[in-house]
Design a protein around this ligand. Sequence first.
Ligand code: SIN
Length: 540
Amino acid sequence: MERIGDYSAVVVGSGIAGLTYALGAAKSGDVLVLTKKSRAESNTNWAQGGIAAVVDPSDTVAEHVEDTLVAGAGLCRRRAVDLIVSKGPGAVAALMERGARFSAAESGDLSLGQEGGHRKRRIVHAQDRTGWEIEGALLEAVAASPGIEVWEHGFVLDLWIGPGPGGERRCHGVTFLDTHTGRVGLVRAGRTMLATGGCGKVYRYTTNPDIATADGVAMAARAGCPVVNMEMVQFHPTCLYHPEARSFLISEAVRGEGGVLVTVDGAPIMEGRHPMASLAPRDIVAREIDRVMKARGDSHVLLDVSGIGPALFNERFPAISERLKAFGFTPGVDPIPVVPAAHYLCGGVHVDLEGRTALPGLFASGEVAHTGVHGANRLASNSLLEAYVIADRAAALPPEPDTGPAPAPPRGPGDHPPGPDRGVILEHEWDAVRRLMWDFVGLVRSTERLRRAQNRLTLMRTWSEELYRASRPDTDLAELRNIALVGHLIAASALARRESRGLHQMPEYPDTQDPPAETWCTFDGRDAAVSLVPLAQEDR
Ligand code: SIN
């Protein structure tokens, strides 16, 4: 395996967390950003909603904290919530300074949207293309920073772990596959930042882009880092239901402007179910839609947008309008067919409030990481905020040069050329993992289905790892290896939580346990071990 370069920091992923970290870390050393597709292909780029922040004088940090804790169903870490919410106004100002242009009201003040679980309008947005706006501004800032290199088509396969100067296990960098040349290389770095986004592709139906294959969680777990609350997978209530619309989200902001969820024959779904009706926290709305669809045998429900009207809809939601028109709908007039779909991982690689994982030299930020701010259900639009705040704080830490003798490189993939059947086998296995996760580890769970899922995922994980070790890697194989492992970690964590809380619902365990506890999961290369760890008193 060829050593390609040495850097002060290597960043895996080019969304808001990765680019924010790169911009900060470049002040104290040279930085390499590796991204597995093109630089703008990130989960961030797809974010429609916005950044939740207390910028209106009638709003308070205490109310934003309270809404976050209520949505999180008693499992948020209070210290993470207090810190991240209090940094909201500063994060918005810093992004504007970097060049992000957010929508303004006629008064010139920021225009604030509303989403599920928020009692106030506090979503700073750029129409319905907030992520795209932020991504563009950060990429421009990165392009203007001579200390940052960005390598596209660099798919990071694993972390480079070995002894540090005192003999302790440390992260020394990464191995990566150049997906254009097929070459596997090694990069050494004092600090490695995982900013790989989420895991939506572990599930058959998702709002996430194709890149969301849980790569960061998988490589951190393989390196022995604990992953926490992996069973807390958020399903977004409103993914467009259309045979040709793969993964298209209808932002919760549409409900914030007056969209109402109804059955296919027009009966309101959330009336009388929650005081906030269609704007109730996301877990509650998604579950109710699922219940109604199953009870009625319907394939979808409808989002009635007639109360918004075409003028406001087109102006406020240009990207959604464009997509709806392409499918023959009149935006702001026709009801939109929607279904719940996997959207966001609220657990992840455990980090402290400066992004440090359990392994020296390894950091994580954004959806891949678990700070505890989301608890058992993320409050809408808190995620870009969390990603920015933690990445910025991590980047402000002093550099940790990795100057000793280089440890042995990690074991790489195999080099057998792919046989003629590989394509069809990989496609089948991809489909099998995602179908199994959707059917057996979805919105409502049972011990029977979780056990079956876990048994089958153990085999799928083992098989994909063996194939990876034997044969020349490509993106499909490396991603399959990751989704199979992370599916296994999600199922194992779900089996350990014998209660119903937030995003984890098991009718056979309907009650919520006290004290609230996190699932801590470690993977030893063969099995996942999960323990329930009560939340610290200061975090409740
Ligand atoms: C949305 O626009 O509904 C998504 C926002 C989020 O997931 O926070």
